[in-house]
Ligand binder design. Sequence first.
Ligand code: NAI
Length: 728
Amino acid sequence: MTTKNENSGTKTESFRVERRDDGVAVVLMDVPGVTMNTLNARFADEFDALFGELSAADDVRAIVFASGKADSFIAGADISMLEAAKTAADATEISQRGQGALNRVEALGKPVVAAIHGPCLGGGLEVALACHARVASDHRKTKLGLPEVQLGLLPGAGGTQRLPRLIGVQKALDLMLTGKQIDSKRAKRMGLVDEVVPNAILLDVAIETAQKLAGREAGDEQGGHMHLPDADELQELALTKNPLGRKVLFDQAEKQLRAKTRGNYPAPEKILEAVRTGLADGFDAGLEAERRLFGELTVSPEAAALMSIFFATTALKKDSGVDDEKVTARPVTKVGMLGAGLMGGGIAYVTSSIAKVPVRIKDRDHDGVLRGLRYVREIVDKRLERRRITKLDADRLMTMISGTTSYDGLGDAEIIIEAVFEDIELKHRVLRDTEAATGKETIFASNTSSLPITRIAEGSAHPETVIGMHYFSPVHKMPLLEIITTEATADWVTATCVALGKAQGKTVIVVRDGVGFYTTRILAPFMNEAAHLLSEGAAVDRIDDALMDFGYPVGPIKLTDEVGIDVGAKVGKILLAEFGERMQAPAGIDKLVQDDRKGRKNGRGFYLYGDDKKGERVVDESVYTLLGVKPNNKVPSAEIAERCTLQMVNEAIHCLGEGILRSPRDGDIGAIFGLGFPPFRGGPFRYVDTVGAKQVLERVEHYRDRYGARFEPAPLLVEKARGGATFY
Ligand code: NAI
C-alpha cells in the first residue's frame, strides 16, 4: 500500500482531507458535534469549495469520499433545515444548490469513489449516486435508501434522475415510492453499489478502485469489452427508451399508486412525474422538474404533517417517560411473561428477539407454554426464510426463551408482564401469586385492554410497582406501546418500562390511567359513530370506503370485525358506564351479538369470511335485515368520514384536558401508530390546528344540533376555539 502524506491535509468544518502520495485524496465527512452525519444548510457550499479545490489540484488524480464517523455514512438531509423554507421557491433553491454541488462532483473530471459504511440514506445516497463508483461495507448497519417519500418529499439532489439511470426505472421506483432501506448485499444485486467488502478493508478497496478508475481514464487500461444486454436490461430498454413503453409503465405505476394512496399523498405522484420527465426530456429537464416539485412538496400540508411525526418520534426516543430528569431506567436482565396466548407470544418475541432480553413464559399448562414457544418460533422462522437472520441467530434467539407452568425461575425477573384472560379476578390472582414469588421491587405490568390499572393495583402489596403495558395486536408488527401509570406508580418503574418498550422496537407513549386509557377511549366513539351511521342506513362498505378515502388503513366496520364485535360491545358498555351519553351505542346493535356475530374470528361479522375470499371484501347483507335497515345513500361520504373522525378528535381533546395525555404530541403519535389515524393529517391535534379550532368546534356543534349529546364538544376544544389558540 502507498503511504499517506500527513502534511498535505485540508480541513474545513465538516470535512477532513488526506492527500496521499499516490494521488488519491481521501475526503472524510465529519460534521462536528453529532454522532451521525447529516446534510445541513452549509453542506453544499463547503462541499463545493472543497471539490473545487481538489479539482484544481494537479497532484490529485482521484478522490475517495467516506465518513469520519464510526458507524454512519450520511443519514440524510437535516430536515430541520427545510423548516426555514417558507415558500416553494425557497425550497426549490435548497434543492438547486444540492443538485449543483453534486453535478459538479459528477463532472469533476477525476473519479470519485464513495466508501459507504453505516446508513447511507436520502441526501446521503444522492451524494453516493453522484460519485463514479460505490463500495459498501457488508456490516448490518450499512443501509441504503431514499426515504424522502415517508416525509412527504422527494429526493431533491438529483436522486430521481441518477437512480433510475443506474439501476433501472422499475427498481428505482420501488425504492423511491416505498422509501425502504436495503442492505449492501441487496444493493449490490440491484447494481446500486459496485462492491461489498468487510468494513476493515473498505477504505483500501475504495482507494484501489479510485486508482483503477483514474488509470483507466488516463488510458492505462483498455476500455472494457462489449457488453451484451441480458433479458432484464432488454425489458428495461423497451419500457424506458420508447415513448409507448414508458406510457404503459407509468400509467400502470400511477394506477397502483392511486389504489394505495387514494390521492392523499402527493409525494409519490410527484416522484413519478420527476422520473418520467427525466426519461422523456433528458437529465437537465428531469432535474428542473425535480427541484420544482421538491419545492412544492416541501411547503405542502402533507409534508408538514409527516415531518411533524418524524420530529415527534425522534423526541419520543429521547423521552424517559417521566418529567423528573433525575429518574433513570433500571437494567432489565430477565422478563417473566404470564399467559402465552396471542399477546403473550408476541410480547415474548419482541422481548427476546428484538430487545434481546431473556424471557421466561408461564402458562396454565404445557399446551399453553408450547403454544407460546411455537408462536415465537414461527416468527423467527419467517425471518430466517426471508434471510433477515441466519440459522445461528435463529437458534440463539430461541435459547433466550424458556417455559414453565409454575412460578419457578421468575424470582429474579425485574419485570413480569401479564397477558392472561381479561378477567379482574384472574388478574388479581396472578398478581398475588407473582408477588409471593418475586421481590418487592419486581415490576408487575398488565397488558389489559380495558381494565383500569388502578383496579388491578388494588390487589397489590406494593402498588408503586404496578403499571400497564398495552401492546397492540399483532405485537411484532404494531409499532405502538401505550404505557399506563396510576397515581401510585413509581417514576423509576415507568422509566424502566419505557426503556424496555423502546428496546422492543416500540414507539412508546405514557398515559395516565383511566377507563379505556387513551387509545381504546378514542377508538370507541369512532367505531360507535360508524354503528350509528349504519343504523341510519349507510351501507357497510360505504362507511368503510369513506374512512379509507379519508386516509385510514381500514374502515371502522371492518375494524370492528377484526377486533371482535363481542369485544367491541363489551368495551363499549364499560366506556358508557364511565363517560355516559357520548358513548351510547345505537339501539339494536346488541342484536348482532345475540346473533353470535363475533366478527372475523368466528367467521360471522359484517363481512363474509369464506375460505376463498382472501383479500376480497363482500358485505354480509343479512346484517341489514338483522338491524332492520335498508341501505341508502342519504348520508354523503364526506359526512360519514367527518362524523367518525370528529368523534375520535373530540375524545382525544377530552383526554388532553383531563390529563390522561402528557402532550398533544403523544396524542397524535398514539392515534397514528396505534389506530391508523391518517398520517398525512398529522394526528387529531395537528388536524385541529390545521383546520382551525373554531372551524372544528363549529362542525362538532353542528352535529350536536342534529344528533344530540354524543357530539357535545370537549371543554378544551371550546377554550381553544374561543381563544383562537392552537395545540402546538
Ligand atoms: P389469549 O386467550 O390468546 O391468551 C391468554 C393466555 O393466558 C392463554 O394462553 C391462557 O392459557 C393463559 N392463562 C390463563 N390463565 C393463566 C394463568 N393463571 N397463568 C398463566 N397463564 C394463564 O388472550 P390474548 O388475546 O392474548 O389477551 C391477553 C390479554 O391481553 C387480555 O387481558 C386482553 O384484554 C389483552 N389484550 C388483547 C389484545 C388483542 O388484540 N387480543 C390487544 C391488547 C390487549
